[in-house]
Design a protein around this ligand. Structure first.
Ligand SMILES: Nc1nc2c(ncn2[C@@H]2O[C@H](COP(=O)(O)OP(=O)(O)OP(=O)(O)O)[C@@H](O)[C@H]2O)c(=O)[nH]1
Length: 381
């Protein structure tokens, strides 16, 4: 039996040399190695299909041992073995390495001990040294010799014609198995690539959608306050489904206008003016519900649609909001005037309701500002 641990430094494999006197063509050898690696078979677990091949080989050839040997860089590794208990040997101990030099031919060595090329090889079968070897090379479709299917015996002997033919058939079957394996591996790789591609596409699509939504959002919202802008409101008004939802039940409109905002700008500058507008928008957001819609309608005017809200409730919201603005953390006092009007279902965001809210706002302004005026004129059919 070959003991890998007892390899002496002098018998260590040099990649370009198998034994003194035989030099491999490094380019061909690199291609052969690449061909072998494409099967992803080295160091894999035993498999029934390959085990069956060596079982058949010993039956056909009536030998105590059979191997499927693959010639790797510095070793031969057995994908399947019967009668030999090591799973690999150094390449310098591989008769198979000679067999693969004539890829289309069976190599038969009647007595390995009597052959100067192989006398140094110490492979054992149940303790007895190997004396006989017959190996049929495995060949990739593009002609690279990968290893062999071989039979071994502890006595010098030969194979008859049928046994030789049987060994050749088994080598072909083994090559088919290897091709299936490579094909399956390629398919898995292609599938993984396709999945990765599909995932990439999906990520790109999601990213595009996100950007689109961001774009839509910024087109429909005011940068300073974050509230919907008039473009957003116009789009909302065209959306019959959304409008029907907003006006399905009695609803209210609120128009909020900052008091003496021109003075704020004039006295404190535009930057603080902007901050004041943000504070009002913040107070609006904190005063309304999730389904309500707040729009920066004009420079310092905000429209709020309160669906399913009766006038009395809207007036309470407006009053809360008015108070909140007076408490805003600003270096000057700020107030708003608010006009509120109610609408009935079916009269989708009627201009009428808006006009009444606007008139209520006007009355709030003219009655001293910093107050809420509710339009209570009866609704006309
Ligand atoms: N800082 C700032 N000011 C704005 C913005 N939009 C409009 N304004 C200013 O808001 C002011 C509105 O003034 P007016 O319409 O005269 O009304 P007002 O001074 O608030 O007076 P009343 O509404 O009658 O209380 C104008 O000076 C506009 O320049 C903005 O985005 N930022």
């Amino acid at each position: 039996m070959v003991n890998l641990r007892h390899r002496s430094p002098t018998t260590a494999f040099r990649p370009d040399t198998l034994r003194a006197g035989h030099v491999l063509d490094p380019v061909r050898e690199a291609r052969r190695q690449a061909a072998l690696e494409a099967y992803h078979v080295l160091d894999t677990r035993p498999e029934q299909a390959y085990d069956d091949i060596v079982r058949l080989a010993v039956t056909i050839c009536a030998t105590p041992g059979a191997l499927i040997s693959l010639i790797d860089h510095e070793r031969q590794w057995f994908k399947a073995r019967l009668g030999v208990d090591v799973e690999q040997t150094p390449r310098s101990h591989a008769v198979c390495d000679y067999a693969i030099r004539t890829p289309g031919q069976l190599l038969v060595v009647g007595d390995t001990q009597a052959d100067a090329r192989f006398a140094h090889i110490d492979i054992r079968l149940e303790g007895k040294p190997m004396r006989f070897y017959a190996g049929m090379p495995l060949r990739s479709p593009d002609g690279h010799a990968l290893g062999t299917v071989c039979v071994v015996d502890t006595v010098p002997r030969d194979l008859d014609a049928k046994q030789r033919e049987g060994l050749e058939v088994l080598a072909r079957q083994t090559q088919h198995l290897l091709e299936l394996r490579r094909y399956a591996h390629q398919q898995r790789r292609l599938l993984a690539e396709r999945e990765a591609f599909a995932q990439g596409l999906e990520e790109a699509r999601a990213d595009l959608q996100r950007r689109n939504e961001q774009l839509q959002h910024s087109a429909h919202h005011d940068q300073l306050t974050g509230l919907m802008n008039r473009v957003g409101l116009a789009q909302l008004r065209e959306n019959t489904e959304a409008m029907a939802r907003l006006t399905r039940e009695p609803y209210s409109l609120m128009l909020i206008d900052v008091d003496h905002f021109k003075q704020v700008n004039d006295r404190h500058g535009h930057l603080l003016g902007d901050r004041a507008l943000q504070a009002v928008a913040d107070a609006v957001e904190r005063s309304i519900r999730g389904g309500d819609v707040a729009v920066r309608y004009g420079g310092e005017e905000i429209l709020v649609v309160l669906p399913s809200t009766r006038l009395a409730d809207a007036a309470e919201v407006a009053e809360r909001l008015r108070l909140r603005v007076t408490q805003a953390a600003l270096p000057f006092s700020l107030t708003v005037s608010i006009g509120v009007a109610g609408g009935e279902p079916g009269t989708a965001l009627a201009e009428q309701v808006f006009d009444r809210a606007d008139q209520a706002l006007y009355r709030a302004k003219s009655s001293g500002r910093n107050c809420v005026v509710v339009d209570d004129t009866p609704l006309l059919g």
